[in-house]
Design a protein. Sequence first.
Length: 498
Amino acid sequence: MTDRYVVAIDQGTTSTRCIVFDRRGQLVSLAQQEHKQYFPRPGWVEHDAMEIWRNVERLAPRVLSRAGIGLDQVAAVGIANQRETTVIWDRRTGVPVGRAIIWQDTRTDALVHSLLAQPGASDVSEISGLPLATYFSGPRLRWILDHTPGLRERGERGEVLCGTMETWLIWNLTGRTQHVTDVTNASRTMLLDVRSLDWSPRALDFFGIPRAMLPAVRPSIGGFGTASEGFPGVRIGAALGDQQAALFGQTCFTPGEAKCTYGTGSFLLLNTGPDLVRSDNGLLSTVAYQIAGAPAVYALEGSIAITGSLVQWFRDQLELISSAPEIETLARTVADNGGCYIVPAFSGLYAPYWRSEARGVIVGLTSYITKGHLARAVLEATAWQTREVVDAMNANSGLTLTTLKVDGGMTADNLLMQMIADVLDVPLVRPLAVETVSLGAAYAAGLAVGYWPDLDGLRSNWHIAGQWMPAMDPGVRDLEYANWRRAVERTFDWIQPA
């Protein structure tokens, strides 16, 4: 019998990857292509959606060739994507009306500030499970409609379509026939009723978004049509936001299981099962995944905007290292941070604060500080931000985290992983499969077509590759955490509303 495989399209913030996985969940081949980042103004971040689609077209045959397989051996394709990134395009021509606005973009800050003062703002947060913030897609859609003459009228007539990146890719993969999204991505827009799992008329009215522009909402794991481009003839079995895909790839199928993905930003998700847990501690109530024919599974999420990108800033803007892995070596040249703390509120603070006006600070500078101390402070910023999210999650869920599953590129930094275990005072475990976002998309797609029989079959593929045990003195931990919290307070109220 000819071997069969599953392909994941992982459309991320800095690049797009196609990965072939086998039945054991092992990576067979990978093809990757970066795309250009556009920064037209301070706080603005954009992508060219057409460039990203062209990259997928190039990567599809490349990844199959590297695996030595044909289309007839691909059981299904699954998609994981950068969430909240928003694009609008012409239904007839398929051309975007402008660049995609990225999840990190803060141009909607003034708009969000004005919307918060309007009647119905608290109702929309209750409906969507999300705080009104620049992070989410709804304000971006409103901003684009407000700043593009005639676009709202075209949207009302259904002449232009909108979506997050999985919607854009599926529309192109299916030859412009399927305008769909899944519940996880839809739950990041502020436009979805997180209980009914359909677009909320009240939220659409609040933001002024024509429903005719919006995609149909479907379960994450089921069917999104059959590809006619890229992987012609192959069924698209699943679509999930990247962090939900990582939760799925880490096989966190039981309430109380949690993972944190350390990439450009970092995202900690806790499975809460079929119960939607509301947060009063700055966390997000979001959809984890939904299998077709079954109830949705929910999660609490703590989103940290700047972690891996802080290392990139240290490398590219300050030029204190020439490659990202060098930061660990540099940080090991000193025993501690020398009293220096870096709070990377480059685009505001996400969980648990949600302060879009905050901006980054370096505090505790003295003539004693070296670049080694700064390197250590960069890594510690990720550790302490994780601690803040875990504290909020423990308080909100009524559970106490006992182990944290970790994944993402930053987990290659052993010093950072030890720092996180120390400040959390719980073990960290890293799986053998490091590409958990892509693996989660593959698992979901394979499950949809029967390539894997059930969730237990996926659990049997999970194997531990690394573990870090806490070793910090409790007194030192408490003192350093207090210093960190004081540093965070210095970031507040930096940007004043216009």
